[in-house]
Ligand binder design. Sequence first.
Ligand code: 5RP
Length: 271
Amino acid sequence: MDWGMANRMHRMFSPASGNTVMLAVDHGYFMGPTRRLEDARATIAPLVPYADALALTRGLLRHSVDPTTSVPIVLRVSGGSTILKEDLSHEAVTTSMEEAVRLNVSAVALSVFVGAPHEHESLVHLSELVDDAEAAGLPVMAITAVGKELEKRDARYLALACRVSAELGARIVKTYYCDDFSKVVEGCPVPLVVAGGPKLDSDEAALTLARHAIDEGAHGIDMGRNIWQSDHPVAMLKALRAIVHEKATVREALDVLNGSKANPSPRAAVT
Ligand code: 5RP
């Protein structure tokens, strides 16, 4: 791996744990002003100190993130459909590699829609993006999107989508946790990170999902709604860090969550 590529990967994935806690705030690119992300700057600012990377679009980056930040940026570069359409798979690459380099990002991210009407285009877009990104020394993160078909989130489907993404050159794949997740991990030769999906019933349920994902081989999370739609987003992010980086049990992570709720303090040392 070339130095630039290796450096970007190591800035996102902790050399100590090998894992990453990415904060996903890219939902607005097709969902509009998602609940509790309406004022993105206000939502993002207190969370950034606890994130290993921030996943978002160029618009939100320019308008809602202070350029003095040192947090690595995973730039979403695909789009072109909104939730008003039944088929969300009609996407293209919406941001050039020149722009990604200008924004000094650490990785670029694009959704692939395996099995959807625009499967072919999304896979060709991934391959072309990999060509451009590799030339610039940037890793590509493929996102195995399911559109509105949340029931697609099973091991057989996700193993296929993740493996195809890796074969086409993605260096990181973002997917969903599912039953038999270890089968998805086994078939994918590059690091997997898991999304949280729609807000779960409790913070404990999201921590449990993260614990299972890491235990079964994920290299981290790229989570959004279960963090910033929580009533205690900073405490939630700290608890997730304990799981992803410190091997905390769900019980221990809940102690971190409750401790942080009771005593919110500025960032001291982040592991
Ligand atoms: C939107 C995305 C999100 O970044 C991804 O789904 C992670 O967020 P959440 O944990 O809220 O599902 O890719 O297209």
